[in-house]
Design a protein around this ligand. Structure first.
Ligand SMILES: Cc1cc2nc3c(=O)[nH]c(=O)nc-3n(C[C@H](O)[C@H](O)[C@H](O)COP(=O)(O)OP(=O)(O)OC[C@H]3O[C@@H](n4cnc5c(N)ncnc54)[C@H](O)[C@@H]3O)c2cc1C
Length: 673
């Protein structure tokens, strides 16, 4: 399991490229080329696509998901060719392509662009790949293409670590493997015997594998892991290459942690889904299932985005730290995923520039001196993520003068969460049922039945509760330790400010550029206060904090008539460890018995998967960052429900799983007794 907790945060080391006389990229680190300089396209097609009989299998498999795993993403050539073939062969079918690839040294953007320019027939797909190509931030990055029919998971990880992580999730999911690392002679780690057991554990029975090498060690290693291997003619001047099929039962890898996060062997019925709660979490979840062509009934007690997600403007935050932790890793990876999604929504017109939001950049002023110093050097290598800037530079970007310097997030900005919710559920597979009143949820005849206060019932195999602070009002979740935090925003007419903000601004509060002549100014933070009526004192508090952050505005803000200000007070839903609660809903009584021995020794491995309420999931506790975290959380739940490889590594998925609180309680009680 990949675990970076407490390690220093640093961007990935990008590939060090030199260009051959023929204009092809060559790695200085490995002294090897990325693809054949004779005809890279033909070689990739021959070795990987034909070597795995992809065309033939796409023709046979007319529905569901075809999954390809790759070791060594390199220039993305194999991915683009597979995507192109998928488009040709799977048009008009309900099929999806899931392409999972790992790469330790990703190509930098300019090298990738230059490499892909060599293939005019891939130009359209290459442009789309470039638009979503992740920054060199360690971890897993999910990119969606063709309306979600094509999923690309890019793991900027060591192949051994990424594969072990994938295998550890217990899903034998992959249909085909492309082994495309640099040649074994210069890159032994990528061809290590230990990899092959993980590879077979992550495969479906009958999965295929192909590679350009014919090395005996590779062949023997794959055979030992259950593949029947044979040699075939190599491409061009290469005499031989390898191809194989998984024929033997896979020996599972021994658990190194108690696998309470594994769902057990049950294959769930994914023919229909009910999502309860029409805020950001519910709408994003509905969209994630609809992208998988699964019909969703979205049941909302009142109206869409009427509670925490009902503010007119919110900022897309992230939280950077010089050390890894589940919190910072989620913050950064979900932020990058959300930005890819929102940029796509603006491009396709489902969000309107300036009205529904603007990815105009965000300045996060330091709240204490030197707050960002420790991450400064690392950030220099990823300016696309963030950079430390002075107060003067911030003034140029923001259009006003903040009191101090801080962090500039060039791709962030603000969004209208209500518009985001509405846009997310614009899908023919989603039916919104609002004004349901209190919803009751019970299990009948192997299905969930959700009934509205008016007696209308909906039935589905899968239910996702995304009811914000109300989520633990459902009896199946009454043990969930949710916290509520009251927050009040103030609506400030743009005419009150002497300058025109051009970027989102975070200090100890936040201010977004004007939308329809008004700024949303936020927000107070009162844990445990359930009162959502507006308070003048809170408006004053918001204005005072803005005046401290922008001293030039002190006079103008002092002149604002607080009695005339409007705003909004609502409850954020948070968790004791500040991480969202995302995943399958365990049966706590069963867990307390099943994992009781953890009370004596928390590190003990109890080799039993968790017992869960069948098909029941929760997506809540997004705190003050719902715009950032809900898209990835939704994708995680849909992946789990459909038994697909997750969009985050296993450690992060365990850190988000609601069952973590039951496990922690067992361990804590053991320590106390
Ligand atoms: C003042 C304030 C400022 C904020 N600023 C930002 C910001 O700048 N950036 C940011 O990213 N985030 C911000 N947030 C946080 C963000 O709004 C939340 O993280 C987000 O709204 C969470 O969405 P949700 O869907 O989990 O919850 P909610 O939006 O609260 O949605 C829950 C929904 O479930 C419904 N529901 C409840 N019970 C039931 C039931 N029994 N049956 C059916 N439906 C039910 C509710 O009516 C509601 O619509 C802010 C929050 C507040 C309060």
């Amino acid at each position: 399991m990949i675990n970076r907790d407490n390690r220093l945060w640093a961007p990935c080391e990008e590939a060090d490229i030199e260009w051959t006389a023929a204009g092809a990229p060559r790695s200085r680190m490995y002294g090897d080329i990325y693809y054949s300089t004779e005809d890279g396209l033909a070689e990739s097609r021959y070795v990987f696509l034909e070597g795995n009989r992809i065309a033939e299998r796409l023709d046979l498999q007319r529905s569901a998901v075809f999954r390809v795993g790759e070791l060594g993403f390199g220039s993305g050539l194999n991915f683009l060719l597979t995507w192109l073939l998928f488009r040709e062969r799977a048009a008009g079918t309900g099929m999806r392509l899931h392409y999972w690839s790992c790469e330790r040294h990703p190509l930098g953007c300019s090298d990738l662009r230059k490499a892909l320019a060599a293939w005019p027939e891939l130009a359209d797909l290459a442009t789309q790949l470039m638009a979503l190509y992740p920054l060199p931030v360690p971890g897993q990055h999910r990119c969606l293409f063709d309306g979600g029919r094509v999923t690309l998971d890019l793991c900027w990880e060591d192949a051994g670590d990424a594969l072990a992580d994938l295998a550890g999730s217990g899903l034998g999911a992959m249909d085909a493997w492309y082994l495309d690392g640099f040649a074994p002679s210069g890159n032994a780690r990528m061809w290590d015997a230990e990899l092959w057991q993980s590879l077979s554990c992550a495969s479906r029975p009958g999965a295929t594998v192909s590679t350009f090498t014919a090395a005996g060690d590779v062949r023997r290693g794959l055979e030992a892991a259950g593949f029947a291997m044979h040699k075939r003619r190599g491409f061009g001047r290469k005499r031989e290459s390898l191809q194989g099929t998984l024929v033997s039962a896979v020996t599972p890898i021994a658990d190194t942690v108690t696998p309470w996060d594994r769902y057990g062997p049950r294959v769930p019925d994914t023919s229909s889904v009910i999502v309860i709660g029409g805020g950001l979490a519910g709408c994003m979840t509905a969209a994630a299932f609809a992208r998988r062509d699964i019909p969703v009934t979205l049941m909302e007690r009142d109206t869409l985005a009427c509670r925490g997600s009902g503010n007119p403007q919110g900022v897309i935050y992230t939280r950077l730290s010089h050390r890894h932790s589940a919190l910072t890793d989620l913050s950064v990876l979900s932020y990058l995923y959300a930005l890819r999604l929102y940029a796509g929504m603006f491009d396709e017109g489902s969000l309107r520039q300036g009205h529904d939001g603007d990815l105009c950049g965000c300045f996060q002023m330091e709240t204490e001196r030197g707050q960002f110093t420790r991450i400064q050097a690392a950030l220099r290598e990823v300016p696309g993520l963030a950079g430390i800037i002075s107060a003067e530079s911030a003034a140029e970007r923001c259009g006003f003068s903040p009191a101090r310097g801080g962090l500039w997030l060039p791709a962030s900005g603000w969004l209208d969460p209500r518009a985001v919710c509405a846009a997310a559920i614009q899908h023919e597979r989603i039916s919104l049922v609002d004004a349901c009143g209190g919803i009751s949820l019970e299990r009948r005849d192997g299905h969930w039945v959700a009934s509205s206060a008016h007696g209308n019932s909906h039935r589905a195999a899968i239910v996702v509760i995304a009811a914000g602070v109300q989520s633990n009002a459902f009896p199946q979740l009454d043990w969930l330790p949710l916290r509520s935090v009251r927050g009040q925003t103030s609506t400030l007419p743009a005419s009150c400010l002497p300058e025109t903000p051009r970027a989102a601004f975070c200090h100890s509060g936040y201010l977004a550029p004007a939308r329809s002549g008004e700024h949303c100014l936020g927000a107070t933070f009162d844990p445990g206060d359930p009162d959502v009526s507006l308070r003048r004192d809170d408006h004053r508090y918001n204005l005072n904090r803005l005046a401290e952050a922008v001293p030039d505005w002190e006079q103008a803000l002092g002149a604002v008539d607080i009695a005339a200000l409007e705003g909004r007070a609502e409850l954020r839903c948070a968790s004791p460890d500040y991480l969202p609660m995302v995943g399958a809903v365990p049966d706590p009584k069963d867990w307390v018995q099943r994992y009781a021995a953890l009370a004596e020794n928390a590190r003990r491995v109890i080799p039993q998967t968790g017992n869960y309420h069948p098909g029941l999931f929760v997506n809540t506790a997004h705190g003050s960052r719902g715009l950032t975290t809900t898209p990835l959380a939704a994708e995680l739940i849909a992946s789990q429900a459909c038994r697909e490889p997750a969009p985050v590594n296993r450690q992060l998925s365990r850190a988000l799983a609601p069952g973590r609180f039951i496990i922690r309680d067992i361990i804590r009680q053991g320590r106390q007794s």
